[in-house]
Design a protein around this ligand. Structure first.
Ligand code: PEP
Length: 240
């Protein structure tokens, strides 16, 4: 049984001095007992990696479905692995809905990332209008189809309702638990995700982290805005 994973998605924030400042403060705080992973912008990965404490991990925010070649602006998962990543986010809602990445590209990305030796955190979640139309599970299951054909182990899932990301609107723990339970049932039926943790993401803050992290089926958290500040992220990472 893997530890809970508490992951910091720094999105397109921070420059080098901010990363040094963050770890200067973070490393003076008690080491959390949960597994911790940081997802900085790609050029900041080696610096972040050099400042991590033992057991803490670093990951990329996205990667290419291709290994190498004339693909200007894309990042190979083999490079992420080469600079010290253990994780990569795939299918974050901002990739899907701001950059228009289609679900069809997620399977090849997941496969490529795993072949490169990374552990993907595959992000799924419904938009507000889909939730209101009662389509949450249908949408999430359709996104999970990208996992078909992968091995049974070696990746995690993040359930991130799109309407909760960066909006301050957090899913009720019981609603998140219900979706997490359905995701786990889907994985079990397909013989997939045998060691997958299902993380919750979407406006996680120090004041809601304890309830979320101790709710049934929630095996970790993916934290955006509240992970930028070391004290705030530490409160979340040590919430249970
Ligand atoms: C995220 O970026 O995955 C996220 C959940 O962001 P926030 O915590 O800011 O809603």
């Amino acid at each position: 049984m893997l530890k809970k994973l508490v992951a910091a998605n720094w999105k397109m924030y921070k420059v080098q001095i901010d990363v040094s400042d963050f770890f200067g403060k973070w490393n003076r705080l008690e080491t959390p007992k949960e597994e911790i992973a940081f997802f900085p912008q790609d050029p900041l990965i080696p610096l972040a990696k050099s400042l991590l404490r033992p057991g803490e991990k670093v990951g990329g925010q996205n990667c290419s479905e291709r290994k190498e070649g004339a693909f200007t602006g894309d990042t190979s998962p083999y490079l992420l692995k080469n600079v010290g990543c253990e994780y990569v986010l795939i299918g974050h809602s901002e990739r899907r809905h701001v950059f228009g990445e289609k679900n069809e590209v997620m399977g090849p990305k997941l496969k490529n990332a795993m072949e490169a030796g990374l552990r993907p955190v595959y992000c799924v979640g419904e938009k507000l209008e889909e939730r209101e139309a009662g389509k949450t599970i249908e949408v999430v299951f359709a996104q999970l189809e990208a996992l078909n054909g992968l091995s049974a182990t070696g990746y995690d899932i993040a359930y991130e309702p799109v309407w909760a990301i960066g909006t301050g609107k957090v899913a009720k723990p019981e609603d998140a638990s219900l979706v997490h339970g359905k995701i786990k049932e889907w994985l079990e039926e397909k013989g997939l995700g045998e060691d997958a943790r299902v993380l919750y993401g979407g406006s996680v803050k120090p004041d809601n982290a304890t309830e979320l992290l101790s709710s049934s089926g929630i095996d970790g958290l993916l934290v955006g805005g509240a992970s930028l500040d070391p004290e705030s992220f530490h409160k979340i990472a040590t919430a249970v």
